[in-house]
Design a protein around this ligand. Structure first.
Ligand code: TRP
Length: 342
């Protein structure tokens, strides 16, 4: 029996934010540190997903490399044989399986995806790419090629994981045991713990997720922000007029977001941080304290990032991509045989 696979992709179309870091990267890095050996851990850059909406292509290569450095600086154990980093486009099977799965996917089912609806609503008809439309099919291929069971999914990706399960099940029903169906969302949450569903909110609009594709960037702390700029963004975060600190995502989303950021970036438990601040009334003092935690974290992270060895990353990529091509091609061949291409 081969090892179960934990897999996730972190997009490189823009600079990573502390939201990506805390919500997506740290949980998988922790898994890799604690469970590699028992599981195989795949962390990849979905570079083919990065221009489903228009980007500046002259920056893409640099961003891909920068994301990989961030993975290393976050503590991903690159020297572990069961930990793999790779670029999606270096494994051609992703594109090939996507095409095949496209032909078993309904227009209606793609049109119902909320991420597609949200993103396409901002674009004129002619600028909505077919790539944005079938983004979830490529994502399903990303997962199914490696027989992955565990995929940490934030709220915005749950529909995509459910689609992955649907298309895998549909193929299995038609062609026999072909693809590994990843575990359903509640099981994913059980496996990864509470942190994985966590979404850091935008500092300016704490009702929405902190997103790297946000145009203004005012409510978004990027991993490359100068510590003092990050601190300023915290200081101008939207709060509320309750005038009493409490951990209450519903009624005080801004304050709650800051409490979470404080706990996660300082490595203290949420309870401890809440106990220190709940009931206090001076938002200014609280923001100052959060800003200090954020800038200290940035300073420390960026100095680690500066020491990351590009040579080691490139070597690891080369090795991982060779191994990944083998795994992915084996899955692709099964599917090609099933549909009569081989
Ligand atoms: N769609 C994911 C995001 O926006 C990135 C992603 C692409 C992904 N392929 C994946 C995540 C496969 C998990 C598994 O964040």
């Amino acid at each position: 029996m081969s090892k179960r696979v934990i897999l996730t992709g972190i997009r490189a179309n823009n600079d990573l934010t502390i939201g990506n870091y805390l919500g997506a990267l740290l949980p998988i890095v922790d898994m890799a540190k604690e469970r590699a050996g028992e599981y195989r851990v795949n962390l990849f850059v979905p570079d083919l997903h990065s221009f489903t909406t228009p980007i500046d292509h002259s920056q893409l290569q640099a961003q891909i490399m920068q994301n990989l450095r961030v993975f290393a600086a976050a503590g991903l154990p690159l020297d572990h044989d069961d930990v793999h980093i790779y670029r999606q486009s270096y494994i051609p099977a992703h594109s090939e399986l996507t095409w095949i799965l496209d032909c078993f996917t309904g227009m209606g089912e793609m049109g119902r995806m909320t991420q597609f609806k949200d993103k396409s609503a901002k674009l004129s008809e002619d600028r909505i790419s077919v790539g944005l439309f079938n983004y979830p099919v490529l994502m399903a291929a990303d997962i199914l090629l490696y027989n992955a069971s565990y995929v940490p999914v934030g709220e915005d990706q749950t529909q995509h994981l459910e689609f992955t399960r649907d298309i895998a099940t549909r193929m299995n029903n038609q062609f026999g045991e072909l693809l590994t169906v990843p575990l359903p969302v509640p099981k994913q949450h059980e496996f990864f713990g509470k942190e994985q569903g966590l979404r850091i909110k935008d500092l300016q609009d704490p009702t929405k997720k902190m997103s790297k594709s946000d145009e203004t960037g005012k409510g978004v702390v990027f991993m490359s922000d100068k510590p003092e700029d990050a601190a300023k963004k915290v200081m101008s975060a939207t709060t509320d007029s309750v005038n009493k600190i409490s951990f209450d995502p519903k009624n005080q989303p801004g304050i709650t977001n800051l409490l979470q950021i404080m706990a996660l970036l300082s490595g203290r438990s949420q309870q401890e941080v809440n106990a220190e601040w709940e009931g206090k009334e001076r938002y200014g003092d609280f923001k100052n304290a959060v800003a200090e935690v954020v800038s200290a974290f940035m300073l420390q992270f960026q100095s680690t990032l500066a020491t990351v060895d590009d040579g080691a990353i490139l070597q690891k990529l080369q090795h991982s991509e060779a191994v990944m091509n083998e795994t992915a091609n084996a899955t692709l061949l099964r599917v090609q045989k099933a549909v009569g291409l081989r």
